[in-house]
Design a protein around this ligand. Structure first.
Ligand SMILES: C[S@@+](CC[C@H](N)C(=O)[O-])C[C@H]1O[C@@H](n2cnc3c(N)ncnc32)[C@H](O)[C@@H]1O
Length: 300
């Protein structure tokens, strides 16, 4: 959704921008092109391979960007507060991550059960699957994947791992398919469990919550925050964040009882509250973008 992102960020010469999810650097290159000749970009990605690829792609813009391997949850620790005109978070995994069997994100091709965006991190999907207690594993499948058969699957995994620990994506996908056969459904039966494991391994929800607060901190008043989400859990966090920070009051308790509200200045306003979705041309070119939703906020 490069055109939509550019329209929301409106990059201009002299502007300062953050791309917290560099991937291959496509959006970052468009931001640097749009803000030529003097715009600046701070970029990060948890994945060292992505940073290397993006560094190559951004070579024509040398001297106008700073790249770091790191989690966007830590943005505010290195990007100066109140300095930026725009922040982009294009969430989820990239095609190079999904398409490389050795990264272990996909059940479509066999590879080690890994799923780490940051390959320097200790926790892998194999460790989670082989060492998590049954109830906790079922909770991960249910909460992060919405998997209805979370308990039978967790129990079947626990039985199988006593004989031999899971090592590959293929072994796990095959077990899931045995316990919950496809029965003509379009999606592979392992889809939800794989999503849940990926979210848990990379602490995606915690990172997003911290990343949103950090992004707001580094923006100038009038600066824009552009978010592209790929599943309903991410989208809910974005909507709740936007709703809470756009309010002119702070709820006195979780239930938000009007009598207990305390006034506060809103921190942002919605620019695009209703999600934008990819157009037909983009869907034809990149079918993986079908679940993308873009929302835009502006710091006040
Ligand atoms: C959908 S891709 C981004 C594609 C990119 N916008 C482009 O133009 O090529 C998502 C990227 O975000 C990275 N990522 C996901 N969560 C992250 C986080 N918490 N901190 C930093 N990078 C993250 C992934 O490693 C992946 O490379």
């Amino acid at each position: 959704m490069v055109a939509e992102v550019m329209e929301a960020l409106r990059p201009r010469p002299g502007g300062r921008y953050v791309d917290g999810t560099m991937g291959g650097g496509g959006h970052a290159a468009a931001i640097l092109e749009g803000s030529a000749p003097t715009g600046w970009l701070y970029g990060c990605d948890r994945d060292a391979t992505a940073i290397e690829a993006a560094g190559g792609r951004l070579r024509p813009f040398a001297g106008r960007f700073e790249l770091r391997q790191g989690n966007f949850a830590e943005l505010a620790s290195w990007v100066p507060a109140g300095s930026c005109d725009g922040v982009l978070l294009d969430l989820g995994v990239s095609s190079p991550q999904l398409d490389e069997p050795a990264r272990g994100f996909s059940f479509q091709s066999d590879g080690p059960l890994d799923m780490r965006m940051d390959q320097g991190q200790g926790l892998t999907a194999a460790a989670l699957v082989n060492e998590t207690e049954v109830e906790a594993l079922a909770k991960i499948f249910w909460e992060w994947g919405g998997e209805r058969a979370s308990r039978p699957l967790a129990r079947a995994i626990a039985r199988r791992r006593q004989e031999r620990p899971f090592a590959t994506t293929g072994e796990l996908a095959a077990l899931i398919e045995r316990v919950t056969p496809r029965h003509g459904k379009r999606a592979h039966p392992a889809t939800k469990v794989f999503q849940a494991l990926r979210i848990a391994v990379n602490d995606e929800i915690g990172a997003l919550e911290r990343g949103l607060s950090g992004a707001l901190r580094v923006l100038k008043p009038g600066g824009r925050l552009v978010l592209i989400t790929f599943h309903s859990l991410e989208d809910r966090i974005v909507k709740v964040f936007g709703r809470t920070r756009a309010r002119d009051y702070r709820a006195g308790c979780e239930a938000d009882i009007p009598e207990l509200r305390e006034p506060q200045a809103p921190e942002l306003r919605w620019v695009t509250r209703k999600a934008l979705k990819p157009g037909t041309a983009e869907l034809a070119e990149n079918p993986r973008s079908r679940s993308a939703q873009m929302r835009v906020m502006e710091k006040v």
